[in-house]
Design a protein around this ligand. Sequence first.
Ligand code: FES
Length: 478
Amino acid sequence: MWAAPADIQDDVHISGLNEGDLLTLRPIPVNAPADVVLERLKSYRFAPVFEANVAQSEVRLIEADQRSLRFLSSYENDSAEVLLFVQPVSEGRCVVRGIVSSVKCQQERMAILRQHNWLLSEARNSIEAELGSPLTPPVEVAPKIVQFHARPDSVARTESSGAVTALRVSVKRKWSECDDVMAFELVPLEGALPTAQPGSHIDVRLPNGLTRQYSIVNGPGEGSSYQIGVKRELDSRGGSECLHEVVREGDLLAISAPRNNFPLRRDAEKTILIAGGIGVTPICAMAQALHHQGLAYELHHFARTASHIAFARRLSQAGVNHRQHLGLDAAATAKMLHDVLAKYEPSQQVYVCGPGPMLTAARQIAQENGWPESAVHFEYFANDTLIDDSSSFEVSLARSNLSLTVGAGETILEVLRRNGVDMPSSCEQGACGTCMVSVLEGEPFHQDVYLNNDEKKQGKKIMTCVSRALGKRLVLDI
Ligand code: FES
């Protein structure tokens, strides 16, 4: 998406870049002022084709203005242009975005994406080191503004939470997407919406006071609104029912900025996307992004019937290939998952979102077929684990020099907040990863469904909303 001041009416033409061949680079956030980054990037060097290396290539800066730099890199008979944009985010932060021209084939796309990702990350590290900026940003805490509770229907509680619904939007469109699913298009009351990466979700504050999380289904270039899909849950405790029955076009809602706890890697040679039912929402955004980038993917959507397939039209209109697997029972689903995940090849990644039993089956089958945990990404709707909160233990906060006691029946998150440590959270049931912190000492008692088995064994992270200590003490990096 291109943005321009309102008085510029014409389309922006970027000369020298052939529309058909463009490849969008991964955005690189930098903890440094935009003008400094722009200056340092003037010495950016890259190879035009994957057969060449940077040292062999002749690179010229052929155009520069206040926000962008255009380079031409040549090697023997090959050449490629790269346009880098430096987008200011705040006084000390910016994001480097880029477009490459003249990409020939799939293999070349991957090689070029990797090259620029590495080169721009190196440039970022060097600029941040020079300016003394932290390479890893500190834990971001929710600002102390009105906080709303965020629990899914099945485990609703009434404590305050860190879900901050600070953006005001109106419901531009509401429509029946398929059986049991209503879709909503949300537009900002003023200004622009923050960019949402594939896999992101927003917290939506409902008229009945509840807050719920929904994945954004938008594809590339759809930055003027967020679209979400809401399945009516049979055991709804007020969330999906309110959106289906009460919320109308024109209504105003408060939402959070997008959070991404299910990010898509774009360096895989092939990506397998598996959705169960309404689990297609984050998968839909991922498939459109991969398709747009010309990267290899497969999308498998499991549903009861064809009339339970949400966002099929959106995917078809975007040209996304998707296979539907309809009406399969648990055994037939497992068999199909075995087929889909039969062969692991290095540099493949799989993303799964759907009901708990299907996710558990997919993870198990992937493991049986040799997929490493690091290549299997999943997002649960909810955590069905029966939480054991009977223990009492001490939590020491290394950076705050504070020691607190977590008693039976309370969570680490609640104790932190009660003592003035304002932590972000969203689902508050161990499914989304928002409340995760690093563990410096002690052994966590994991009760979440966000971390994979390897991460749980390592014991370096903990979900403060549900997990606890196995021993008497944990030291956390906050
Ligand atoms: Fe979602 Fe803790 S808030 S895992």
